[in-house]
Design a protein around this ligand. Sequence first.
Ligand code: CTP
Ligand code: MG
Length: 411
Amino acid sequence: MRLAQLPREFVGAQPILTTLEAAGYEAYFVGGSVRDTILGKPIHDVDIATSAYPEEVKALFKRTVDTGIEHGTVMILDHGTGYETTTFRTESGYQDYRRPDKVTFVRHLEDDLKRRDFTINALALRQDGEVIDLFDGLSDLKAGIIRAVGDPEARFGEDALRMMRAVRFASQLNFKIEDKTLAAIHTHAHLLSQIAVERIHDEFVRMMLGKAAYRGLSMMIQTTLADYCPGLVGHTIDLSTIATVPALAPKDEVEVWAMVAFHLGLSYPDTVEFLQAWKTANHIIKAANQALHLAYAQQYHGVTKQLLFAMTPDTIAAGTNVARMSGYGPDDPNEWLRVYNELPIKDSHDLALSGADLIKKAGLTPGPAVGETLQKVQNAVIDGELNNEAAELLKYVQDKILAKNDTSTKK
Ligand SMILES: Nc1ccn([C@@H]2O[C@H](COP(=O)(O)OP(=O)(O)OP(=O)(O)O)[C@@H](O)[C@H]2O)c(=O)n1
Ligand SMILES: [Mg+2]
């Protein structure tokens, strides 16, 4: 197969391949960018593989950085944008199921391609557009199949994260996993416990954001991969429920986690613990919990203005989407955002009465009563019972709150 035109991203890197070839070496585009180009998808990183050894690469270019010299990667900066070039290599060892103990540089493309994970990722592209397809990756791309290169057992034994990559690609591309490859994932699923949670996290989120997330999730359940992910063991039924959501389409990581926590039926503290076990960033945990709050409110006790006040437009949108995907209203996806936008105040600082006012003008003693009173006033403003005007709020405090209260709150 020969591509008529190379994507723009490859064109910029062509001078590098030309220089390497002129010096008598081979050089190709490899990896995901070749796969995505053939699928007509946008590409994000350009990887170049070459028969030149790292020192040979460095001798040919003026500006290089040793970004991963021990495994053969050199960044070439001669043409503005940095391009990573990696020497053809074989890998061996893998005693930790993560990384090879030994990397050996080789001169033949085939040796480099055959150590790669899946046939669709083992294509090489010459700069004249010719696709080198030694493992029938093109027919798998066409048929929509994720198939390990060579022996699947060996590929997953080398790097257990590849099992998560398989389900992630299945979801992103809406591809099937070939039977032997799927069976090998099942056999090796337990090796996932050797992999750093951060890396599993990445693949899981990307899988959930893929267009066929239901497929990726089902495969995680079927192969028992899910059992080796933090907090998912014993939750097969909950996960299956997510996998059967007809319009499963979380928009971002926050929605992914809120959706999972919602279907796992986690409490707010348990959600924090669950997401911490997944090494999720704190701001995502906070946002996911807010979204979860809205989804539960929608399901059980109803959404209040007080709840929306405590949220942000983003978490409201996320919570609404999670609730709607799960079969709970509102019918109008913008309903809660509209209510939020109409709130008279969006933040405690917007309140036209401060703690200092309460002390100075209403005669409250500094202490807990100040905060409690402000909270009551704020709630009344949010609920639309009071206008957010200083005089009106002060009067309310004097007439409605202090009049009823024990005089000890007064000076
Ligand atoms: N565990 C891995 C990771 C990567 N690769 C090989 O290295 C290439 C580049 O890896 P990476 O950028 O991580 O994945 P991509 O396939 O490019 O997918 P994407 O960048 O879209 O995640 C892959 O295509 C594959 O050939 C591999 O064999 N085994
Ligand atoms: Mg890539």
